[in-house]
Write a protein that binds this ligand. Structure first.
Ligand code: UD1
Ligand code: UDP
Length: 385
């Protein structure tokens, strides 16, 4: 039996952890056991607890209660607290997801005390090191022993940074920090979208309850610091979305991340006020995962700066205008299923018009078969020493 210490903290990590936990419980409970550590990076009910309830994730064994803070403060407090849990639990490996400050803290804490790190969602790069996530993911990858990349592009990125292909690493010897094993596994979030798609339909009453015009709305999410820190940039994005809504008679549905909500609350910006006054611009609290899948499935289009939501748009075969100048998920842009608009209002409006007049005919198969979690579990059993 191998004991995994899993670090979660931010909303998307809780969602990803659900897929692995489900696989462990249903197929690998004789070989793998999981101790869940929630750093407390996200703590509002709608950013954390709701996912445990909906997705049947066990209550975390530890909640470190770190909360919000500057990067240094937050990461430093997590590092200290995670190290203590590692020393107490003596796991065989530590599992981290994605690229948040919780990911970074977990990677550093474990690597320094010689506990192997398993990084799920390895290899992704935006090639923009001003994004905190880029620094986090590069550091996490280079502190890891087993790296699971959801895409072939991720594998290529790792190779360029000096990681050996799996067969070469295996010839050298067992996996360890100086001889990491890199796997191509498919996307855990695709596992989740497939698993919850039908169940999400049971939440259909949401459309009537919230006055959302099923099939005739754009689903949008905004939370990146580069889109929210400067109120003029945020105002430009919301103004562009509002103009689309007013000119085309289409609803905007925006489940609002708390970072963005705080900015909007503090602002007296006229364009933001106009968007808030538009009856067809539905600014709502963050929703649970099942409601989110339902909203994605029934949207006309998706506009987002979220990593997860741009992929889910692809999973549910919806066009996506990415509110970022670059993406780690380059495949979806290369196959013309998504467009990069950044925060430029004209590009956002042009992106909407493009997809309105050019429906997408093909969504190629780039994120695996919906069994990434099983592959990861089996690889851990086979290769973790
Ligand atoms: C974090 C991740 C980001 C990820 C996102 C997912 C880092 C550096 N960033 O960004 O990669 O895409 O999570 O959503 O780790 N807040 C609340 N309630 C909460 C959580 C946050 O009010 O439950 C507010 C606080 O004012 C906080 C702000 O949101 O300061 C930002 O939260 P934080 O976790 O620092 O960053 P995110 O923008 O959520
Ligand atoms: N999500 C959700 N409710 C919301 C917004 C997003 O359940 O109101 C889900 C979404 O379906 C995806 C994940 O949260 O699975 C993405 O998280 P987020 O956008 O916060 O972070 P990112 O993926 O950009 O790191």
């Amino acid at each position: 039996m191998k004991k995994l210490l899993t670090i979660i903290g931010a909303r998307p990590q809780i969602i990803k952890a659900a897929a692995l936990n489900r696989a462990i419980q249903s197929k690998f409970s004789n070989e793998l056991t999981e101790v869940l550590v929630h750093t407390g990076q996200h703590y509002d009910h709608g950013m954390s607890q709701v996912f445990f309830e909906e997705m049947g994730i066990p209550k975390p064994d530890y909640n470190l209660g770190i909360g919000s803070g500057s990067h240094g403060q937050q990461t430093g407090r997590m590092l200290d607290a995670i190290e203590q849990v590692i020393i107490k639990e003596k796991p065989d490996a530590l599992v981290i997801y994605g690229d948040t400050n919780s990911t970074l803290a977990g990677a550093l804490a474990a690597a320094k005390v010689h506990v192997p790190v398993i990084h799920i969602e390895a290899g992704l790069r935006s090639f923009n090191k001003r994004m905190p996530e880029e620094v986090n993911r590069i550091t996490a990858d280079h502190a890891s022993t087993l790296l699971f990349s959801p895409t072939k592009v991720g594998l290529r990125n790792l190779k360029k940074e000096g990681f050996r292909p799996l067969n070469e690493a295996q010839e050298i010897g067992k996996a360890d920090l100086d001889n990491p094993y890199v796997f191509h596994c498919g996307d855990l979030m695709y596992d989740n979208t497939l698993f919850y798609s039908d169940k999400a339909d049971e939440y259909d009453s949401l459309f009537v309850e919230r006055g959302i015009d099923k099939g005739n709305y754009v689903l949008t999410t905004i939370h990146r610091p580069q889109n929210t820190d400067d109120i003029n940039i945020l105002s430009g994005i919301l103004n562009a979305l509002n103009q689309i809504s007013l000119e085309d008679g289409v609803q905007m549905v925006l489940p609002l991340h708390p970072r963005t909500a705080n900015k909007i609350l503090q602002s007296n910006d006229a364009a933001i006020k106009r968007a808030q006054e538009n009856q067809n611009f539905k600014i709502i609290e963050p929703v649970g995962f099942l409601e989110m899948i339902l909203l994605e499935k029934n949207a006309k289009m998706i506009m987002t700066d979220s990593g997860g939501v741009q992929k889910e748009a692809f999973f549910v075969k919806k066009p996506c205008v990415i509110l970022r100048p670059e993406t780690e998920w380059t495949e979806i842009v290369e196959c013309h299923c998504a467009i990069l608009a950044g925060s430029n209002p004209e590009k956002i409006k042009a992106g909407y018009q493009h997809f309105k007049t050019n429906p997408i005919t093909e969504f190629p198969d780039v994120f695996g078969d919906g069994k990434a979690a099983e592959f990861i579990c089996q690889s851990i059993i086979d290769h973790l020493n």
